[in-house]
Design a protein around this ligand. Sequence first.
Ligand code: NCD
Length: 355
Amino acid sequence: MLQKAIEKIDPGVAKIEAGPQETETKHSKRKSEPKFTWCRKHLLGLQDLSREELLHILDTAVGFEEISRRSIKKAPALRGKVMVNLFFEDSTRTRNSFTLAASRLSADVLEFTAKASSVSKGETLRDTARNLEAMGIDIVVIRHSSGGAPHLLSQCIDACVVNAGDGFHEHPTQGLLDIFTIRQLRGDLKGLKVAIVGDITHSRVARSNIWGLHTLGAEVFLVGPATLMPSGVNQLPVSVCHDFDEIIGQMDVLNMLRIQFERIGSPVLPSVREYSRLFGLTVDRMKRAKKDVIVMHPGPINRGLEIDSEVADGPNSTILKQVSNGLAVRMAVLFLVNHAAADKTKRSEATVEMI
Ligand code: NCD
């Protein structure tokens, strides 16, 4: 499968990658689909991605999953390339997942932390990135508290830019890994009912999930108090619900979000205990859900607040599976953007030669 995923993009790389066995999963049997070429050198969000593009990343990730099951967990796809983790906000899962994904593909990784850099001396994002670029980096993975920072960066540097979370805007690889996990368990997403529960206003995870799930045909329900729903929610392709118990029994997936207290200025909840009683995924509330409902959370979890420990660690939970899948998804994204960049360079070189 890895061989096939890579062959689709670059037959040359496929030769280097020889070896892995064909693994058929529910969603990997798409042999007769027309050839698709990925051409984006940046991954900034899921809002603009077509169904074909989303499926292409997910199918490519199925191939990369296999590497994690090998005894030697390495492939040479990004050998000689440099990826920098440019993180202006804290992160555990996303940052380490990108680092591991890049090193499994044999890239060199630079770790940048704003607090320990010249940003604390007043350097701008653009200058920081251009200085890093002068060291020959190929891919910048950026997390920033301002929505739009990755877009800005993609306009002022030549390297590929991958958004690892920008403000309340998007977190595309989290959206992809959530969708990958649902697809792994259910196959097609068409018609599935997915509830995203909690602090929607401050959640970039919610936004990426909404766009990706909608494009792939799932029905998205946003659940939470009115004070945690973003303005303009009516323009999103979702249904909004303020009573979790009213809809929980119809849902196929429950994606529970953390309340982002660090981003909340004024009080939006009468009390945390009240929130937990109305919107928390408690053991009692789980009794009203479908037996095989998929319980998700992007982490970090606030146990006992948005989700009870017994549910987070229970049989319906895919929380750790999501983390494992994140690695395959990020390998696929790094691989694809790098190849699109290489193709663009080839094309522009060809144009220069023609002149
Ligand atoms: C999320 C984030 O940073 O947006 N976490 C993550 O990337 N796994 C969600 C959160 O912080 O609540």
